[in-house]
Design a protein around this ligand. Structure first.
Ligand code: ZN
Ligand code: MN
Length: 489
């Protein structure tokens, strides 16, 4: 039998750790990497009598995200208890949101040149608290598991997409754009190694058969801790589900929903459990927490943050700053601090294109060499802007500017001071102009030779310029001579 055609259906659930200083319902710190069980209190330990108090910053970040994803923010949002037993869940329930999530609907446009643009819809986004972490002792002969509750109660926003993603590559594209948005809005650091962004994928197929398309049972794949893993897991499930369908003919509804875990070592998914339905969690409204009424004033006050959406930044960089699509994309990928840095350099230099080039090349290289992030880069953007302004004005050659740049990353001096340190005199562009005009007037034969195609005549003119002024920069002389020759042609 020939392999049938099929369509891949993917919906993603993305758990995002919000960048709040403290937990969702208590004042404990959320910082990563502290000694186990040092960031805990009676609330997040679930001790009797302790009462939760909602973190307003988490609410604010969730609303900003919802608005940025073009979702709607219902007036009332409510907390529910999701009951289950697991050693890393001290209360025996997770505070989450079932019927009244903080964000309804929404969609995300994927960058690219499709027309119309590709959009992936969202079902909802809700707030919930994270659980603790089980630490398994993996030494030979040891079987201990210990629990670290530092993470218990950390705020998560679970963003649930519609099953509108159609391939592994599209899943990666979607996640890349979503991550960019969360980073630029300052909602999350999206550090996947530290678990700040965790993805579950719901995958099934719609297989073409003579009687029409048939959906296969939906499989939820967990433990996807890189975008690469998401891609590979979807590709693996395509083949596995197709094989199973061909072998058993079982369609959606004829087999229980499965939860499978991605195993990075073998690059396969493994059955973890047959999926429980939400009824199994005995959800009910949390009696310790009142519903939150979201004021329309709060929503309006947060709309200003939307100009930090990647789509808005892209548009600004291309339409207002005159950058290419490619340059805009590279800057965006460098992160929100790079955009702020770029804006400052562009403003001081009045030369956004030059600012973008220097950021992508010289600044990026220097950061890499120093192993630093841009917010710790010692060269202040105003100084780089001043340096580039002088290059644009013709006071410095690009080669000289590179030396000054290096000096500025090493010492806390102004551009003027760095030039003095390096013995670079600021050139008066009008002096070069005067020199070149004189040369052209005094060497009519060289000019005629050049015009008749003998390009080496230009070399003779540059040589004459050097003879007259030892400090005249040959590159600059060449540049100006060419300009004047073009003007008088
Ligand atoms: Zn606590
Ligand atoms: Mn969840």
């Amino acid at each position: 039998m020939k392999t049938p055609e099929f369509e891949t259906i993917v919906g993603l659930e993305v758990h995002v750790q919000l960048s709040t200083r403290t937990k969702l319902f208590c004042g404990c710190a959320t910082s990563f990497g502290a000694e186990p069980n040092t960031q805990v209190c009676p609330v997040c330990l679930g001790l009797p009598g302790a009462l939760p108090v909602v973190n307003r910053e988490a609410i604010r970040l969730a609303i900003v995200t919802g608005l940025a994803l073009d979702g709607s923010i219902p007036e009332v949002t409510r907390w529910d208890r999701k009951n289950y037993f697991y050693p890393d869940l001290p209360k025996g329930y997770q505070i989450s949101q079932l019927d009244h999530p903080i964000v309804d609907g929404g969609s995300l446009e994927l960058p690219g040149d499709e027309s119309p643009p590709r959009r992936i819809g969202f079902i909802r986004a809700h707030l919930e608290e994270d659980a603790g972490k089980s630490l398994h002792d993996e030494r030979e002969g040891k079987a201990d598991t210990r629990i670290d509750l530092n993470r218990a109660g950390t705020p998560l926003l679970e963003i649930v997409s519609r099953p509108e993603i159609r391939s592994a590559q599209e899943a990666k594209r979607f996640l890349t754009e979503l991550k960019l948005l969360l980073e630029h809005l300052g909602v999350s650091d999206c550090n996947m190694e530290e678990g700040s962004l965790r993805v579950d994928a719901n995958v099934n197929l719609r297989v073409s058969t003579p009687e029409g398309p048939v959906p296969t049972p939906i499989v939820e794949v967990k433990n996807l801790n890189s975008f690469r893993a998401v891609e590979r897991a979807i590709e693996f499930e395509q083949q596995r589900q197709l094989g199973e369908f061909l072998a058993t003919g079982r369609r959606q509804g004829e087999a229980p929903k499965q939860t499978r875990g991605w195993d990075d070592a073998s690059q396969t998914t493994r059955l973890q459990r047959e999926k429980e339905e939400s009824a199994d969690y005995r959800y009910f409204p949390d009696p310790d927490l009142v519903p939150i009424v979201v004021s329309r004033d709060l929503i309006e006050s947060l709309r200003g943050e939307l100009n930090r959406r990647p789509s808005a930044i892209r548009h600004r960089l291309i339409a207002t700053c005159g950058l290419s699509d490619y340059d805009a994309e590279v800057l965006l990928q460098m992160g929100p601090a790079a955009i702020a840095y770029f804006d400052q350099v562009a403003e001081t230099s009045s030369d956004p294109k030059r600012a973008a080039n220097w950021l992508q090349q010289d600044v990026a290289r220097a950061l890499k060499e120093r192993g630093e992030s841009i917010d710790r880069f010692p060269l202040k953007p105003e100084r780089l802007g001043e340096l580039l302004r002088r290059v644009a004005a013709g006071e410095l050659t690009t080669a000289q500017a590179k030396d000054v740049f290096r000096r500025l990353t090493e010492a806390d001096v102004e551009v003027e001071g760095a030039m003095r340190d390096l013995g670079i005199a600021s050139v008066d562009p009008s002096a070069i102009d005067r020199l070149c005009r004189e040369l052209l007037a005094e060497h009519p034969q060289s000019v005629a030779d050049y015009r008749s195609g003998k390009l080496q005549a230009l070399g003779a003119l540059i040589g004459a310029a050097r003879k007259r002024d030892r400090n005249a920069d040959p590159n600059r002389v060449r540049e100006r001579l060419l300009e004047l020759l073009a003007e008088t042609a």
